[in-house]
Design a protein around this ligand. Structure first.
Ligand code: FMN
Length: 189
């Protein structure tokens, strides 16, 4: 699989097989992830990986927090569905911004350069996993349990996203994209 094939073939996966991901495969994904470029080569990403029985606690915290947010009047959006995906996926990688220590909300702290670097690293992770035969879901619905998951994971840095990884149990069609021509303007002499 070349790079363009990986880009074209990757999908967000929301149904995973009940099959563990060997540790060495997860390690290969992480080894590829840290090859991503970063502003001033700061490599602001930090990863905390949840697997095995710890997933049960993770999903319980997420579901309880979603219920609390609903009581407070928040729209749960796709968060309940994302919690189901995280329950199924054998591995979930939480991605933190190590340059935004002590940050306590998704919008607070974390300069835009570091967050861009981390976005690039996450995309690198998705493509590497795809190349290795794994499916992924990039998840920001973890923000429904932002403080609760931060506390459970024992991290004070800005939480940027989570990525669930496993063997895909579905093969979704590509989701529509705006044609590049529609979102591109040329400035040429
Ligand atoms: C920053 C970001 C956050 C996302 N958060 C979620 C999420 O919380 N739950 C979910 O089901 N999908 C999430 N997604 C996946 C998108 O829905 C998906 O990438 C988009 O619909 C395009 O589909 P594709 O990835 O299959 O091409 C997220 C994607 C990105 C880039």
């Amino acid at each position: 699989m070349n790079t363009l094939e990986a880009i074209a073939g990757r999908r967000s996966i929301r149904s995973f097989k009940d099959k563990p991901v060997p540790r060495d495969l997860t390690e290969r994904v992480l080894a590829a992830t840290v090859q991503a470029p970063s502003g001033k080569n700061q490599q602001p990403w930090r990863f905390v990986i949840v697997e095995g029985d710890k997933r049960v606690e993770m999903v319980r915290i997420l579901r309880e927090s979603i219920a609390k947010r609903k009581e407070e009047g928040a729209d749960p959006g796709s968060s309940e569905w994302s919690a189901n995906v995280m329950e199924q996926a054998p591995v979930t990688v939480f991605v933190f911004n190590g340059e935004a220590a002590e940050s306590n909300s998704p919008g607070e702290g974390g300069n835009v350069v570091d967050v861009q670097s981390i976005g690039g690293a996450i995309q690198t992770m998705l493509l590497a996993a795809h190349d290795l035969g794994l499916g992924t879901l990039w998840i920001c619905d973890v923000f429904y349990a932002y403080r609760e998951l931060q506390a459970w994971l024992g991290r004070r840095e800005q939480m940027v996203a989570a990525v669930s990884i496993g063997y895909a149990d579905e093969a979704p069609d590509p989701r529509p994209r705006r044609p590049w021509q529609e979102v591109t303007e040329w400035v040429s002499g």
